[in-house]
Design a protein around this ligand. Structure first.
Ligand SMILES: Nc1ncnc2c1ncn2[C@@H]1O[C@H](COP(=O)(O)OP(=O)(O)OP(=O)(O)O)[C@@H](O)[C@H]1O
Ligand SMILES: [Mg+2]
Length: 255
C-alpha cells in the first residue's frame, strides 16, 4: 500500500498550530447559558470578558443582559445587576412578566440589584464603583451587568481620556482581574455610526448590536455580532425572540 504523499505546507501548518496552542489553552470559556449564543461563540463567553450590548430603545438589551445573569444564578454563579436607569420595582416586575424570579436568588444571597439612579458627579460615581468591586469580591461574583454604560459615562461628560481611565480601572483592573464576566448595555441612538463616544468598542472583548426591523409587516429582532475576540464567528447576524420563560431565544441559521 502506497503512502499518501505528505501535503505541502504540512510542517508549517503544524508549527502554526503549536504556536497558537498555549495561547488558546489559557482562554477559559464558560457557557453563558443562552443556548443559541453559546453555539455561535464556540462554547460561550471568555471568562472575565467585557461584552458590549448596544441597540436602539426597546430592542431587548436589558432582557439579554438579565438572561445572562439569570442563567448564571441557575448554575449557582453569583451575579450583580447595576442599573442606572430602572428602579428596582420596575426591573423585578419586568422580569416577573418574563418568568424570571430574581427575588428568590436575592434571598439566597446569590443576586444583588444595585439601583444607581441618583449619582450626579464623578466623586459619587467613583465611590459607587468602588463599592461594587467590594460587593463583587464579597459575593465571589461571576457575572455583572451595567445598564446602561451610556448613562454611567454621561456623568463623566465627553472627555475620552477620563472615560478610558474609568473603563480601564473599573472593568479591566477591577472586574476582569477578579474573573467577573461583564455585560455593558449601551444606548445606540437611531442613525448613530459609533457606539457611545466611540471609545467603548476598543476596550471591550465583544460587541453585539441589537436591532428591530419590519419584515412582512411584523417586527423581527436581529442581533449583529460585530466583534468577538476569543472565537471565530460563523454568522454575523442572527434573529431572536423575547418571550416568557426563555426570555431570549436565539435562532441560528441552518448552515
Ligand atoms: N413579557 C414579555 N413578553 C414578550 N415580550 C416582552 C415582554 N416584556 C417585554 N417584552 C419586549 O421586550 C422589549 C423591551 O425589551 P428591553 O427592555 O430588554 O429593551 P431595551 O433595549 O433594554 O429597552 P430600553 O432602551 O428602553 O432600555 C419590548 O419591546 C417588548 O416588546
Ligand atoms: Mg433597557
Amino acid at each position: 500500500m502506497t503512502q499518501e504523499p505528505r501535503k505541502e505546507g504540512y510542517k508549517e501548518q503544524r508549527e502554526e498550530i503549536n504556536m497558537f496552542a498555549p495561547r488558546l489553552a489559557r482562554i477559559e470559556i464558560t457557557p453563558s447559558g443562552i443556548s443559541g449564543l453559546d453555539r455561535l461563540l464556540a462554547g460561550g463567553f471568555m471568562k472575565g470578558a467585557i461584552i458590549l450590548v448596544a441597540g436602539n430603545p426597546g430592542t431587548g438589551k436589558s432582557t439579554l443582559a438579565a438572561k445572562f445573569i439569570y442563567e448564571g444564578l441557575k448554575r449557582g454563579e453569583p451575579g450583580i445587576y447595576v442599573n442606572f436607569v430602572e428602579p428596582r420595582q420596575d426591573f423585578y416586575a419586568h422580569m416577573e412578566s418574563l418568568g424570571a424570579d430574581f427575588e428568590k436568588y436575592e434571598k439566597q444571597g446569590l443576586f444583588r440589584y444595585v439601583e444607581a439612579l441618583t449619582i450626579a458627579d464623578d466623586e459619587a460615581l467613583a465611590q459607587q464603583l468602588e463599592d461594587i468591586i467590594g460587593m463583587a469580591m464579597d459575593m465571589n461574583a461571576k457575572r455583572l451587568v451595567v445598564d446602561s454604560v451610556t448613562v454611567m459615562l454621561q456623568i463623566l461628560g465627553k472627555q475620552k481620556s477620563r472615560i478610558r481611565k474609568l473603563l480601564q480601572n473599573f472593568f479591566v483592573n477591577g472586574l476582569k482581574s477578579l474573573g467577573v464576566t461583564s455585560i455593558l448595555v449601551a444606548e445606540h441612538p437611531y442613525g448613530a455610526q459609533v457606539v457611545g463616544e466611540g471609545v467603548e468598542e476598543f476596550v471591550v472583548d465583544a460587541v453585539f448590536i441589537l436591532r428591530t426591523v419590519m419584515k412582512r409587516g411584523k417586527p423581527l429582532r436581529i442581533m449583529e455580532i460585530r466583534k468577538v475576540r476569543w472565537a471565530p464567528i460563523r454568522f454575523s447576524e442572527v434573529t431572536f425572540y423575547i418571550r416568557p420563560h426563555e426570555m431570549i431565544d436565539i435562532v441560528l441559521p441552518r448552515n
